[in-house]
Design a binder for this molecule. Structure first.
Ligand code: URP
Ligand code: ZN
Ligand code: ZN
Length: 460
């Protein structure tokens, strides 16, 4: 199969130029002006921009969590991602405390393998680090190509590890060539505030927000950076939301240490005023919670100052019925919101089209940096000869409105209902296949493959 894309404006993390792209099989064969090759299919991209397929390194598909499962399966979630220009996701395996990492790996493979439309990989969340788990780290890195290890400093009793386990895990992961990532919030402080609010009968979604003040994230982020500095492990903070936490990572990086930072689209665009709408605020119950306008400003500045390297989604959707599990108690509302489909279009519309970031920065934070940080570059995350032909052909001027009526995610509300967006993914190419043709799906379930990742790099 060969594909020729004519007349497009190619945007990468470093360049912006006019050229044609010739694809043979799964990878990019030639990039040049006025290419004349015979091809099985030709797409005219005149008036469109072409950028690398998005990589969302933070999604939770069909994940067992808070007594239920996130509502997007591997097929519905990766297909929705493709509609929105994300060709690859990294999902999270959760170790069950008391059981092995391989036990969890088998369960996640069982749900994901042969069910994905888009390409995928896993982070391994280590929730119980001990002598046995320690031996599995090298097997996951060398044998499975799972090179990043997620930790939780919150969700005590289910997912949280203590600082002793964290330091020992970091030492082991550094020794074997991996990376440690973190949900950095102070679980004990949060649990104490949750208990206080419940005892006072303060049970609405607003108190989810008030149980996780900025200091709980800033403190844990700083502590995590100190432990990463002490052990020297390559490190990454997921879903960072606020100025205080960002400043904590800045202090750490002054000591010549690289802790990468991911924020998520919702923290750039939505704010805590959404919790004031009674139970409707449950749509935005996620951890950490939405923050203030000043935090949004800090995150946009962080992108432009290279202090924030990645924009993900933390896509973790729940049906309204599931959110209602917490109608009488905010602490029982399953945490998470749906965004896997909208990240690229929202960031282009609100970021590039509104002049907050350059097109190159857009590519960097939606694709290239994730590929580099998580050991997939230059196979993924760039437009270059020999790279996987994962491409988005995008109309930067087309206007549309986000809605539950039109989205493809398996969730019965939209967190972005009525948002006017300028810019639309018209064609999505995944490893040379025309996966999405103006909204029409051209590939089958199971086309998405598991991507084995390489070892962590100290710097990108
Ligand atoms: O609210 C969230 N973020 N749900 C998913 C689990 C996590 O903490 O990332
Ligand atoms: Zn988290
Ligand atoms: Zn998450």
């Amino acid at each position: 199969m060969s594909l020729l894309i004519k007349n497009g404006r190619i945007i990468t993390a470093s360049d912006d130029y006019q050229a044609d792209i010739y694809i043979q099989g799964e990878s990019i064969h030639t990039i040049g002006e006025d290419l004349n090759m015979d091809a099985d299919k030709v797409i005219d991209a005149a008036g469109h921009v072409i950028f690398p397929g998005g990589i969302d390194p933070h999604v939770h598909l069909e994940m067992p969590f808070m007594g239920t499962y996130s509502s997007d399966s591997y097929s519905s979630g990766t297909l929705a991602a493709l509609h929105g220009g994300t060709t690859m996701v990294i999902d999270f395996i959760l170790q069950t405390q008391g059981k092995s990492l391989h036990h969890a790996l088998a369960a996640w493979k069982g749900r994901a393998n042969n069910n994905c439309y888009g390409d995928y990989s896993f982070h391994m969340a280590v929730t119980d680090f001990n002598e046995e788990t320690s031996k599995e780290i090298v097997q996951l890195i060398e044998g499975e190509g799972i090179t990043s290890f997620k930790t939780f400093m919150a969700y005590k009793g289910a997912l949280m590890i203590d600082d002793g386990q964290m330091v020992n895990l970091m030492k082991e992961v550094k020794d074997k060539g991996g990376m440690v990532t973190v949900h950095a919030t102070n679980g004990d402080m949060i649990d104490q505030l949750i208990a206080k609010h419940r005892a006072e009968g303060k049970l609405s979604p607003l108190y989810h927000y008030l149980s996780q003040p900025e200091i709980t994230e800033a403190e844990a982020s700083g502590r995590f950076c100190d432990m990463a500095d002490y052990t020297g492990v390559p490190a990454y903070i997921v879903h960072l939301t606020c100025e205080g936490a960002l400043n904590a990572t800045r202090r750490a990086n002054q000591r010549n240490q690289n802790v990468y930072v991911e924020t998520c689209i919702q923290y750039l665009l939505l704010d805590a005023s959404l919790y004031e709408k009674d139970f409707d605020g449950a749509k935005y119950v996620m951890s950490p919670p939405l923050r203030e306008k000043k935090d949004q400003a800090a995150l946009w500045a962080g992108l432009n100052h290279n202090k924030v390297q990645v924009v993900g989604t933390d896509h973790c959707p729940f049906m309204w019925e599931q959110k209602l599990m917490g109608k009488d108690d905010f602490s029982k509302i399953p945490n998470g919101h749906p965004a896997i489909e909208h990240r690229m279009e929202l960031l282009y519309s609100e970021g590039v089209n509104k002049g907050r970031i350059t097109p190159q920065k857009f590519v960097e934070v939606t694709s290239t940096n994730a590929a580099k940080i998580f050991g997939m570059h230059p196979k993924k995350g760039c437009i270059a000869v020999g790279s996987d032909a994962d491409l988005v052909i995008f109309d930067p001027n087309e206007k549309h409105t986000l809605s539950v009526e039109t989205h493809h995610m398996n969730v019965d509300y939209s967190a972005y209902e009525g948002w006017e967006v300028t810019g639309k993914c018209k064609h999505v190419i995944l490893r040379g296949q025309h996966a999405i043709d103006q909204g029409e799906v051209k590939i089958n379930k199971g086309f998405g493959t598991f991507v084995k990742r390489g070892k962590a790099k100290a710097a990108i």
